[in-house]
Design a protein around this ligand. Structure first.
Ligand code: SAM
Length: 262
């Protein structure tokens, strides 16, 4: 399994995508659903560059606490820099499947675009359940890449490119299993909703615009294992460019948010 590398350059590229209007709107919806209150203790699993953590830390205020964990040292460094002026925030390295945190120590946990990278979901959700207090909230958001509608002049080639891209995740279809996984871990699912990343026309500053570069780079590095030649990958990219120039570009993929309580 090849995964994306979340090193310093990866952290910068991801941050640029997270500052596009679609992802800003997603963050606003996650913040509404989580409804963090002043004084609450909130854990962000897979904190990434810390954009969501920053907003939540400000909502819980100095009487509350925000703890951000991430497997990647580069992400921890980026988040720590962003959160440096907020004394209620702490960021450190940590693994979703082995939380170095006390039982019942959080009122709420949030994790966006992280569990799709985690192979052992029963163990990761067991850890979430353990660190939440009774009645505490968990907000989890992931993408199901099966929901992708991405127009191409050659669908068979597009399917081969996307099969390669799917390999960057432990489970590119996690949302379809999340409800039952949460219930099996002892949670009650209160709400589930779709957050589309939708570009019905080409917009360079958009989630889809950023992902064009990310997917192109990933497939160039990993295509050989999927019998995708360099020429085929460049033909796929050139086709997208031609569609953009003819005004025929279309991209839509869904993210799924689950709000559960312990
Ligand atoms: C796509 S980014 C999402 C970042 C952030 N949650 C957001 O939505 O802005 C995925 C993040 O999950 C982290 N990650 C992946 N597997 C992890 C694990 N097992 N434990 C903790 N973090 C993990 C990566 O290092 C990366 O920062």
């Amino acid at each position: 399994m090849s995964q994306l590398t979340f090193d310093a350059a990866g952290a910068r590229a991801l941050e640029a995508i997270y500052l596009t209007p679609d992802v800003i709107a997603q963050r606003a919806r996650v913040i509404d659903l989580l409804a963090a209150q002043p004084g609450e203790r909130v854990l962000d699993v897979g904190v990434g560059p810390g954009l969501l953590a920053y907003d939540i830390a400000r909502l819980v205020g100095e009487t509350g606490q925000l703890v951000g964990l991430d497997l990647s040292a580069a992400m921890v460094a980026a988040a720590a820099e962003r959160l440096a002026d907020l004394p209620q925030a702490q960021v450190r390295e940590g693994d979703a499947v082995r939380l170095d945190l006390a039982d019942g120590s959080f009122d709420a946990v949030v994790s966006t675009q992280v569990y799709e990278y985690v192979a052992d979901m029963p163990r990761a959700l067991g850890e979430l359940h353990r660190v939440l207090r009774s009645g505490g909230r968990a907000l989890i958001l992931d993408t199901d890449w099966r929901s992708l509608v991405w127009h191409s002049s050659d669908q068979a080639r597009m399917d081969r490119v996307l099969a390669c891209w799917d390999a960057h995740l432990a489970d590119p279809h996690l949302p379809a299993r999340l409800g039952p996984l949460l219930r099996a871990a002892g949670f009650e699912v209160r709400r589930a909703e779709i957050l589309p990343m939708f570009s019905p026309r080409w917009q360079p500053v958009s989630y889809a615009g950023g992902m064009m570069r990310t997917i192109h780079n990933f497939v160039r590095g990993n295509g050989a294992r999927f019998d995708l030649s360099a020429d085929e990958i460049e033909a796929w990219r050139a086709d997208q460019q031609a569609l953009i120039e003819r005004g025929e570009y279309f991209f839509s993929v869904n993210r799924y948010a689950f709000l559960a309580t312990r």
